[in-house]
Design a protein around this ligand. Structure first.
Ligand code: HEM
Ligand code: HEM
Length: 196
């Protein structure tokens, strides 16, 4: 089977480190004793997300943000296509996955920011109850987004006979057959730059 190198080393390392930081932050949130570990895991998640944002602007190829634009209408169209059995395979992130990635990055940053403000109570904003509520809401929303993200990854893997989890580990995906190429304008520019 012909394969293509899609996810560079930075993206893969970033992804699994973020998963680890997120998991540690969730396991440690409830205990006062673990608060420092919780904060460190949160700082790590924040730094990882900032680094990914830099990488997405610097890198060419599938890791660049231009390769998976934020386009909610295309995302909705893609979901509609999935429900009607017409979705095409994308070698990079598909439009629905792209929307989810921006949501994960944005909510992740907000969670870290509110965490820092709660932790350093009164340091910048003296509204600890509000900050606690915001931090709790954004953390639980992040967890829900992660659940949807993993469900999306599994559905996409089954629909398009892919092993997306394996690809996020090795970096390689199978090449698309001609019949699988997305036919919509959304990725025409992307397709010209990165041949499937
Ligand atoms: C804390 C939990 C998680 C977060 C915050 C997260 C976040 C992300 C982000 C930001 C990306 C985009 C990668 C990039 O271009 O830099 C991504 C992609 C991906 N994630 Fe996760 N992820 C999480 C958990 C998981 C888990 C548990 C799995 C596997 C079961 C998974 C599988 C994948 C796969 C396969 C992709 C590539 C999707 C594609 O092919 O379009 N993620 N994730
Ligand atoms: C990966 C990022 C983070 C996640 C997923 C996360 C998650 C959570 C969750 C789920 C809670 C409990 C909310 C509830 O009461 O239901 C919590 C509380 C808390 N977090 Fe985080 N957090 C993160 C980052 C941070 C950071 C960076 C800091 C500090 C530097 C921090 C400081 C705190 C503090 C002080 C509390 C207790 C707030 C209270 O007294 O109610 N968190 N966090």
């Amino acid at each position: 089977m012909s394969t293509k190198y899609v996810w560079d080393r930075f993206v893969r390392l970033f992804h699994w480190s973020l998963v680890t930081a997120f998991a540690v932050a969730f396991v440690t949130y409830a205990s006062e004793w673990d608060r420092l570990l919780h904060a460190y895991a949160g700082y790590a998640a924040g730094l990882l997300i900032l680094a990914r944002i830099c990488w997405g602007n610097m890198r060419t190829g599938y890791a660049n943000f231009h390769a998976f634009p934020l386009h909610p209408i295309e995302a909705a169209r893609y979901i509609w296509q999935i429900l009607h059995g017409q979705s095409k395979r994308f070698i990079g992130h598909n439009p629905a996955g792209s929307l989810m990635i921006y949501a994960l990055l944005a909510d992740g940053l907000f969670t870290v920011l509110t965490g820092i403000l709660v932790y350093n109570d009164g340091w910048l904003i003296d509204r600890s109850e509000l900050l606690q509520t915001l931090h709790a809401w954004s953390s639980w929303t992040w967890l829900a987004l992660v659940g949807l993200h993993v469900a999306g990854v599994l559905i996409e893997s089954i629909l398009h006979h892919d092993n997306l989890i394996g690809a996020m580990i090795t970096g390689f995906k199978r090449r698309s057959k001609k019949s699988e190429l997305p036919d919509h304008m959304f990725h025409v520019k992307h397709r010209m730059r990165h041949r499937h």
